[in-house]
Structures are given as C-alpha cells and as structure tokens.
Design a binder for this molecule. Sequence first.
Ligand SMILES: Cc1cc2nc3c(=O)[nH]c(=O)nc-3n(C[C@H](O)[C@H](O)[C@H](O)COP(=O)(O)OP(=O)(O)OC[C@H]3O[C@@H](n4cnc5c(N)ncnc54)[C@H](O)[C@@H]3O)c2cc1C
Length: 374
Amino acid sequence: MTEQTDVVVVGGGVVGTAAAYQLVERGIETVLVDDGREGSATAAGAGIVSPPTSSRRENDDWFAFAELAAAHYPELISELEAAGIDDHGYKRGEMLSVALTPAEAETIETDRERARRRDASVEEITPAEAEAAFPALSGVERALRFPGAGRVDGAMLTDALGRAARDSGLTTVDGRVEEILTESGAVSGVVVDGGDRIDAERVVVAGGAWSGGFGDDLGCSLPVSPIRGQILHFDASDIFDDPAALPIVGSVADNYIVPWADGRIVVGATREDDAGFDPRVTAAGVQAVLDSGLRLAPGLADATFEEVRVGLRPGSPDSLPILGPVPGVDGAYVATGHGPTGLTLGPYSGAVVAQLIAGEEPAADLSAFDPARF
Ligand SMILES: Cc1cc2nc3c(=O)[nH]c(=O)nc-3n(C[C@H](O)[C@H](O)[C@H](O)COP(=O)(O)OP(=O)(O)OC[C@H]3O[C@@H](n4cnc5c(N)ncnc54)[C@H](O)[C@@H]3O)c2cc1C
C-alpha cells in the first residue's frame, strides 16, 4: 500500500472520484480509498440532471451552483471523450413534467413561472403530444417540456472518471478509512483497515451518507444523515422500439421515469429519512414506487422487472451541500451533503474541491455551503 501522498480522498462515489480525477489532472499525487460498502448513493441514482425541474430549484444558492454544475457536464464529457472514454453514461435529452389531475394541473402554471424566472427553456405541450412522446403515459391533464435536461448513469460515469484518473496516476485502495489523523491543527494522514497508515497533508472527506463519522476526528460537526432511496429497474424493450430515445418524465407529484442509455426504464424513488443506514429493499418501498410509477405511466404494466437498487443519499440539515475547507484543521476538506441532487452537483463539487486544494479560485460562490455553518 502507498504510504505517502499529497492528498487522500475518502470515498469513491461520484463526488470523491470526480475530486480525485480533477486532482491528478492537476498533477497532484492522490490516493482514493473506498471500501465498496452497500448503499452507495451513486450506483442507485436515477441520474436526472435538470436544475429547473428539481425540487431544490427555489433555493437561490442551490440553483446558482446547480447551473454551473450542469454546464460543467459537457466540458467534463468532452475531456473524457478526448481521452478515448466514450462509455461515460451521460446523455443530453429532454424532460417532460406532467400533471394527471385538475389539482396537479394548477401547479403546472407555477412550475412554468418558476422556470421562466430561472431563464430556463420551457414550453407547454398538449396532453396528446406528451403521450406521443412517452407512449406509456395516459390521462395527462397538462404537460411542460424542458429541452435542456441531461441524464447520467452514476456508476458508469464514476467508473469512467476512475479509469481516466488512474491513467493520470491515481492510486486506488480498497479499504475502509478508520480515522483521519491530525497533528498541531493540520492533517497528517489517515488510518486504513487494521492500522495501515497513509501519510498526507490533505484529505477530502467524500464519504457520502457516512461522512459524519469523521466530524470527531476533525473536531467539527458534520451533520450528514442518510435519506434512503429505493428505485426500480425495468426492461421495456418489448413495449418501446427504442426506449433509450424516450424523454425523462417527472410528475408534479415528484416521482419520475428515466430511460437509461442501455434501454432500461428506471422508476423512482422513495425518499426515506427515517431508515438509518439500512440499505434494504422493503415491501412498502417497492409498493410506493410501483403505485406512483404505474399511475404516471400505466403502459409500463407489462414491462419486465429487472431489479431494485437502494442508495443512501447524503442529506444535510439545510438540504445544501457541505463543501469546502474544515475550519481549524489545515488541509481538511469536505465534499458531501448533496442529498437527492448529487449526480447533478457531484462532478462539479469534485472539481471545486480540487481547485481549492490547487490554490485556484472557483467560479462558484461557496459561502452557503461552508462546512463551518454547523
Ligand atoms: C434512488 C436515488 C435516486 C437519485 N436520483 C438522482 C437524480 O436523479 N439526480 C441527481 O442529481 N442525484 C440523484 N441522486 C442523488 C445522488 O445519487 C447522490 O447525491 C450522490 O450519488 C452522492 O454521491 P457521494 O459520492 O457523495 O456518495 P456515495 O455515492 O454514497 O459514495 C460514498 C462512498 O464513500 C465510501 N465510504 C464511506 N465511508 C468510507 C470509509 N470510512 N472508508 C472508505 N470508504 C468509505 C462508500 O463506500 C461509498 O462508495 C439519487 C440518489 C438515490 C439513492
């Protein structure tokens, strides 16, 4: 095992892997440690990248950062493609937001106004147009079309970033970081499984929902808590000619259907903030997702069920990321708390933390995300 490096990144989800990629691209020696635990959010994420339709869109700090993060995607994807990595799982597309009842239809007006206030490109389409665009829909009352959305397979993107980073010199370690070490108010390394030590003057905590456990080591409060998400995958190739070409569909009631590039149709998801660190599939979770999914798209009833994925989203008390240097500990950085929008924000958060470590000035205003706010 490597015994000394410049930076240790704790956590190899989308956030930690993006940070590691950006660090090695800047010539900074980096070791990424991940223990592959069950419940990682990245592999379970639906992958919608669409700030104007997000449930977080009304928060100005979140929205400003999310717009930068969405704009970062094409840049990052071009870099990966230039490095010969085409299987990154990202695709641009459109998203429909649909209302199924007269009461839901009223919120379409509010949604359109909100999107316009955010200068988002949006148009109202007829129910027939919505049902033609996604033929499993039925009973649509009103619908909006957002042409500027994107979708990403989190596991594929993270794998692609990891490969690109390893090509640029990243060392990865399969193991659990047990402790972050500090001496005289500065990071001095980490202890991995069973006592092995990696010396480093900088550490990035990107441990997703489990990040809070490092608060004690760093003498700060890191109030990250798990929000469990159960999400269902279907093979719908018998129902649609080209499932991957369908738009994303979101209901104004906040459930969604996402066509993935491999032809799967993904229906999600529960948001359970009372399940703790328990990455289980539950009867009630599956029932809730199926009920809301089939209500939205009854035409999926005959799709072939493939699997349920479960991820623990890293939630924060104010639903904003926790991103930046840890007060009072030189060399300690945190990049977590991205909750339900970490596939949108995560690659950019990784870039921002690498910029901070490299002494560059990030374009984003990070003040609302300061780890010192708790
Ligand atoms: C069902 C569901 C749907 C979602 N849909 C969307 C969506 O449509 N759009 C969107 O933008 N976001 C979505 N998200 C949110 C997004 O997936 C997460 O916010 C994001 O993946 C969090 O990434 P992360 O790297 O912070 O955490 P994770 O992916 O959880 O990664 C953390 C990693 O840290 C490792 N780790 C933790 N502690 C240690 C330790 N001590 N030692 C070693 N390794 C450690 C774990 O093994 C894990 O691999 C969704 C999430 C879920 C669950």
